[in-house]
Design a protein around this ligand. Structure first.
Ligand code: ADP
Ligand code: MG
Length: 613
């Protein structure tokens, strides 16, 4: 055994820095994060970023901030060297983005690093050239006021890390996400991002958060966002939350800032869920941009080396205030719907009094137009009626229901129905032979469309319909990458779509079954769905596309006419799986007379429950 190994010795600084770099520098995007934070702390009003090959070859961050003199520049690259705090109490009151004094030491130890910097009041600047943490040259240079950092060949001396870098495209996506975060939080600062010589973002200074949202999130319509503005004793919440219709499977579009620092906290996710209550399904996450301002003394930023997580001293208050802020922002939607409901000419109160019978051909027959409860009940032989508990299994398993006349009725959720009306500008109420059915017409429409479209796809006979005018669709970077990989499949299935540079696509036709839907929304939704599934599952691709497209093409229009409801029900009856939408949400919820009788404390079996007891 080598004796040397058993002796304890203190590691040289270079080795320490390289080890520590593992915590701070995970990939090119983390370098950008640290350098942009430094530029912001140095009060820069313009930050220019340039990358080559996803940041592997070069990351350069140029700012017009305070700059450093020669001594400071030499200190800046030392571990635990910082100008931002001086003693332990300062940690309790942090108002800068940095304070650990680690980033430059870490970055310079795992790259070829050049620092050029000059304070405005200094005549000449300093240039510092390093490789793998060793200083190679320090000299005076002419340079503009501010600081320029160049990080070349990241991880050139850490092969293990280099191996974990993903494709140029993926690393660029991460960089853009970091860029977007800081650009959103700092609209007053002009920010540019250039990749391989091409200008991707050029955001002017002195902008507002609304300007930035518009420039960075072209695919999110302003109409689908609600402003948030809410304060409590210790907390101020501002920003925007998306309507419940704009959700994603993951949290990648939840932009959270705590004192302008992009950061999450498990507690906020719970608060967001509470804020949306039951407005969104359990497995979905709303898109939102939330800024929390809180006294720095009430948070602990020093939890994670990359400062990604923050702890609150008053978690209960934060949780309540955040969810209340969201609820308040979303309340306006409900109020608006309510008022249009009240002003509707029918007052939403007149249920159509028609009774329909479903037959094998899916046509409806009007049985009577004055509803007669007892008569309706006499029409159904109890033993053959589907029970509430059977409903969810009936669809695809092909439970056959015997019709009154003895003909086979395939898989229908009901044998006859009567439209009672529509409530809350949304839910359709039906009476069926077996009880009460609530139907979500959007979910129903999505189901009908989905089955129609997938049938066409299977038969390779998707009908395409040209748009009056080709539409440009700009997507978030990650979504654009995924969509590009699926262009062929889209083209095979009725979409006329082509790449149109960077993250833009040109759409000139869409499958005819979607009618005149916004092709922008259609493509954005498909791309988001593909990204969520991480572009995986090639065999499921068409199904994913169909699911997303149907979701996007169902317009959330409020009141349906009676004939629209009828048409929808007739189509739904023919669906193979009428009970859930393509995303698994229920289309119809059933309450059997038996259940109702039980709820009302009646012992009578459901057949008699219609009569007065
Ligand atoms: P921290 O930001 O935690 O203090 P860093 O290693 O990122 O640690 O930076 C060390 C110090 O270098 C900072 O405290 C700051 O004084 C100085 N510095 C770094 N970047 C810049 C910059 N772009 N402009 C001016 N000073 C900078
Ligand atoms: Mg820093």
């Amino acid at each position: 055994m080598n004796n040397k190994k058993n002796h304890i010795h203190v590691l040289p600084d270079q080795v320490i820095n390289k080890i520590a770099a593992g915590e701070v520098v995970e990939r090119p995007a983390s370098v950008i994060k640290e350098l942009v934070e430094n530029a912001l702390d140095a009060k820069a009003t313009n930050i220019d970023i340039e990358i080559l090959s996803g940041g592997r070859t070069l990351i350069s961050v140029n700012d017009n901030g305070s700059g450093m003199d020669r001594n400071d520049a030499l200190l800046a690259i030392e571990r635990h060297a910082t100008s931002k705090i001086s003693d332990i109490d300062d940690i309790e009151q942090i108002s800068t983005l940095g304070f650990r004094g680690e980033a430059l030491a870490a970055i310079s130890s795992v790259s070829r690093f050049t620092l050029r910097t000059r304070p405005a009041n200094s005549l000449s600047g300093t240039e510092l050239i390093m490789a793998g943490g060793k200083i190679q040259e320090v000299r005076d240079v002419g340079s503009p006021p501010g600081t320029q950092m160049e990080v070349r060949q990241l991880f050139f001396n850490v092969p293990a890390r280099r191996k974990f870098l993903r494709s140029e495209q993926t690393e660029t996506v991460h960089i853009r996400q970091v860029f977007m975060m800081y650009a959103l939080a700092n609209p007053s600062v002009g920010m540019k991002l250039k990749a391989n010589g091409r200008l991707i973002y050029n955001l002017p200074p002195d902008a507002t958060i609304e300007n930035r949202l518009g420039e960075l999130f072209v695919s999110i319509s302003k109409n689908s966002l609600r402003p948030v503005s809410y304060s409590s004793k210790n907390l101020r919440i501002s920003g925007y939350v998306a309507l419940p219709s704009l959700t994603r499977a993951d949290r990648s579009e939840q932009y959270l800032f705590i004192n302008l620092r992009p950061a999450g906290a498990a507690l906020l996710f719970g608060a967001i869920r509470d804020g949306y209550q039951s407005l969104i399904p359990k497995n979905r996450n709303p898109i939102l941009f939330l800024f929390l301002e809180i006294d720095p003394a009430l948070i602990d930023v020093n939890v994670h080396p990359a400062k990604k997580e923050i702890r609150f001293h008053n978690p209960g208050e934060v949780r309540n205030v955040v969810s209340e802020a969201i609820r308040t922002a979303l309340k306006n939607i409900q109020i608006r719907n309510m008022s249009s409901f009240n002003s509707s000419p029918e007052g939403g109160q007149t249920p159509p009094n028609l009774l329909y019978r479903s037959d094998a051909g899916g046509k409806k027959h009007i049985i009577t137009n004055t509803f007669d409860y007892s008569k309706a009940h006499k029409q159904k032989p109890d033993d053959t009626a589907p029970k509430a508990t059977d409903l969810q299994f009936a669809g695809s398993h092909g439970t056959k229901v015997q019709d009154v006349a003895g003909e086979k009725v395939s898989d229908r959720p009901w044998r006859w129905y009567r439209i009672v009306g529509q409530i809350g500008n949304l839910y359709v109420i039906l009476e069926t032979e077996d009880g009460l059915v609530l139907m979500d017409p959007h979910a129903a429409h999505e189901r009908v469309l989905f089955e129609k479209f997938t049938k066409e796809i299977t038969k390779r006979s998707v009908e395409s319909q040209a748009l009056l005018m080709a539409e440009n669709v700009v997507l978030p970077p990650a979504d654009a990458v995924c969509l590009k990989r699926s262009l062929d499949t889209l083209k095979q299935n009725g979409f006329g779509i082509a790449e149109f540079g960077q993250d833009t696509f040109l759409v000139d036709s869409v499958p005819a079954c979607f009618g005149n839907v916004s092709s922008g929304r259609l493509i954005a939704e498909i791309a988001a769905a593909l990204t969520e599934s991480d572009c995986k599952g090639k065999d499921m691709l068409e199904e994913q596309i169909a699911r997303a497209a149907c979701h996007a093409s169902v317009k959330a229009h409020s009141r349906l006419t009676e004939s629209e409801i009828e048409r929808l029900i007739n189509e739904l009856e023919k669906a193979e799986m009428p009970y859930t939408c393509p995303h698994g949400r229920p289309v119809i919820i059933h309450f059997s007379f038996q259940e109702l009788a039980k709820k009302f404390g009646r012992s009578a079996p459901r057949g008699e429950s219609g009569e007065n007891a």
